[in-house]
Design a protein around this ligand. Structure first.
Ligand SMILES: CC(C)(COP(=O)(O)OP(=O)(O)OC[C@H]1O[C@@H](n2cnc3c(N)ncnc32)[C@H](O)[C@@H]1OP(=O)(O)O)[C@@H](O)C(=O)NCCC(=O)NCCS
Length: 371
């Protein structure tokens, strides 16, 4: 007599033991029982499906999983911002879309690459994999496990699935951000081979609180500060990435033409009411030594950037920041944000003097995928 596939349900364990590789939902938790020697039975077998079909690890199915994933993220992260958990799902406005509408949404393609862990028919774990404009560079966000299911290896399995998936696509680098004091997540990522690149602090000041600071202290000489000239955009990029590694720009690395302000870009900015200006200092040979940029668009906080060549560290931060803050008075009134390396304590002190407060510090981590 032939062997008949016969589903057996686990009635003791509420969480399946973590799968070592992805198992198709249809076959998950099924076992095959050889019934060759059994007589056709009169007995009634009551099987309690403690584990639902599809339990365990699987790729996210955006058309079905989205509401549950959003619920999980809301429950785990609440209103806090964690890593890049800018509510990547909720924040996109995709949460309310149904399956078909979702697939039509341009943001869907970027978000649809993660993995979920399902237990008893509910999604209890999630890790989102994001593509970037650089083909071999991926981001991980929204790593979350329901509190009742923690310390069972679920996050590790989700992250392993992410690495396997990126490797299979030919990816070389995975980046993520994690709140600096989130020790359990840091331990998880380190144990998987991620290394810290640097900590970036987000500073914030409301429009009414941001305060002008003196451009120099008694006895100091004020440097000459000028608008970035059109021909210096490459040099500005070099200086920026000398101070802050390109990887620390999230979600995309700084584009090489970030400081290029061609005619079309100016025209576009003007049409869209965007403010974009960069102030510079130079040495006696005309080489750029420092940059302070202000970027603003309607409905958003101004984004400041401050970059100083390592050779001039400690000399230019104050005058450049003072200049940028003075310039804000000539622009529409808005709150101000600056993302800056935590290690630059001098700038931190100046930002405090200007009434900025720390919103959060994120550790940026990187995994280099070996072939
Ligand atoms: C961080 C989180 C995803 C871990 O999920 P998890 O399923 O419990 O993790 P795992 O069981 O797979 O643990 C894997 C490793 O992570 C580390 N880890 C997880 N929880 C930890 C804890 N509470 N304390 C210390 N280390 C911890 C350990 O190194 C662990 O390995 P080990 O069990 O061999 O010691 C989960 O705690 C969570 O959802 N936290 C809230 C959301 C969050 O902070 N997400 C990260 C955003 S970047």
């Amino acid at each position: 007599m032939a062997t008949v596939p016969y589903p057996v349900y686990n009635i003791t364990s509420s969480v399946p033991s973590p799968a070592d590789k992805w198992i198709a939902p249809q076959t998950v938790n099924k076992a095959v029982v050889n019934r060759a020697n059994e007589r056709p039975t009169q007995k009634m077998i009551i099987a309690v499906p403690a584990i639902s079909m599809g339990d365990g690890l699987r790729p996210i199915d955006m058309s079905h999983d989205l509401p549950q994933v959003i619920d999980l993220l809301r429950m785990v992260f609440g209103d806090s911002l964690d890593g890049d958990e800018h509510k990547l799902f909720g924040g996109t406005g995709l949460g309310g879309l149904n399956g078909l509408a979702y697939r039509m949404h341009p943001a869907a393609a970027r978000l649809s690459n993660g993995f979920v862990w399902q237990a008893e028919g509910h999604i209890v774990g999630n890790a989102t994999l994001l593509t970037t404009k650089t083909w071999d560079r991926y981001l991980v966000a929204n790593v979350a496990v329901h509190p009742s299911y923690r310390r069972q290896g679920i996050a590790r399995k989700l992250m392993d699935a992410i690495t396997t998936s990126v490797r299979a696509r030919g990816g070389r680098v995975i980046l993520l951000q994690v709140v600096k004091d989130n020790q359990s997540a840091l331990d998880l990522y380190r144990s998987l081979g991620y290394i810290s690149i640097a900590n970036m602090t987000t500073w914030y000041a409301t429009a009414s609180r941001v305060r002008e600071i003196p451009a120099m202290l008694p006895g100091e000489r004020a440097p000459n500060i000028e608008l970035l000239s059109d021909r210096q955009w490459r040099e500005a990029y070099e200086l920026d990435t000398t101070h802050v590694k390109a990887d620390l720009n999230w979600p995309e690395p700084l584009p090489p033409d970030a400081y290029r302000r061609g005619l079309w870009r100016r025209f576009g900015d003007m049409l869209n009411g965007r403010q974009n200006e960069t102030w510079t200092t130079s040495d006696s040979r005309g080489r750029l030594t420092g940059l302070a940029s202000i970027y603003g668009e309607w409905g958003r906080s101004y984004l400041l950037t401050l970059r100083v060549h390592p050779d001039c560290a400690g000399q230019l931060e104050r005058p450049l920041l003072a200049k940028a803050i003075r310039r804000l008075h000539y622009l529409p009134r808005r709150n101000v944000r600056i993302d800056h390396p935590e290690a630059d304590e001098r700038t931190g002190t100046l930002l405090r003097e200007s009434n900025f407060t720390v919103q959060r510090t994120l550790t940026h981590m990187r995994l280099d995928i070996s072939r």
